[in-house]
Design a protein around this ligand. Structure first.
Ligand code: 2AM
Length: 175
């Protein structure tokens, strides 16, 4: 079985900025910063999938004309139960919500089990935090989301492997 999810990966500048924020918040809350290369925002979490189903998953994921958009992460918060600190959006961009909802629907219609809980857009910055953190505004980190990816979480390595990537419409128009 393969542990799979769809996600957005920051561009280099946003990744470096978020990596610095991850170290700050980990220091502040007594947790472990997520390494820069692993920073991502999950769109749809699938969990364990039979690798033989990956072609069908790739087919289902093909975007239906969704547009690229600028993601602005301007909030810092935590999920107490999961003990993670995250960067989020005070106002989720319509482009993000449309991409997430469309992808979740197509994947569900293709017969894959998808988490039914409402989408809470967040990019995990630190794990195993020990101090509580109430949501607060954060100086914005932004990037133009021009693609999304199907990613495998490689057990034991703490690493992610991109299996496929799809462009969004209108990428390359700058920020
Ligand atoms: P997290 O960063 O908030 O832990 C790979 O594990 C990605 O999938 C991570 O972004 C993780 O979110 C997310 N993820 C893990 N388990 C999940 C679950 N049960 N439901 C939704 N997302 C999950």
């Amino acid at each position: 079985m393969a542990r799979l999810f769809f996600a957005l990966w920051p561009d280099e500048a946003a990744r470096d900025e978020l990596s610095a924020r991850a170290k700050q918040v980990a220091r502040r809350c007594g947790g472990r910063p997520v390494p820069g290369a692993n920073l991502h925002l999950t769109l749809v979490f699938l969990g364990e999938v039979d690798p033989r189903a990956i072609p069908a998953l790739r087919e289902a994921a093909r975007p239906g004309g969704e547009a690229s958009f600028v993601l602005v992460l301007d909030e810092l918060g935590a999920f107490a139960r999961a003990a993670v600190a995250w960067a989020g959006c005070r106002e989720a961009p319509p482009g993000l919500m449309a991409l997430q909802a469309g992808l979740a629907r197509r994947v569900r219609e293709a017969g894959f089990a998808v988490d039914a809980r409402p989408f809470a857009a967040h990019l995990t910055l630190a794990r195993r935090i020990r101090e509580p953190l109430a949501a607060e505004p954060m100086p914005a980190v932004r990037w133009r989301v021009g693609s999304f990816a199907l990613v495998e979480s490689v057990r034991g390595e703490g690493a992610y492997r991109t299996l496929a990537q799809w462009p969004l419409e209108g990428d390359g128009e700058g920020t």
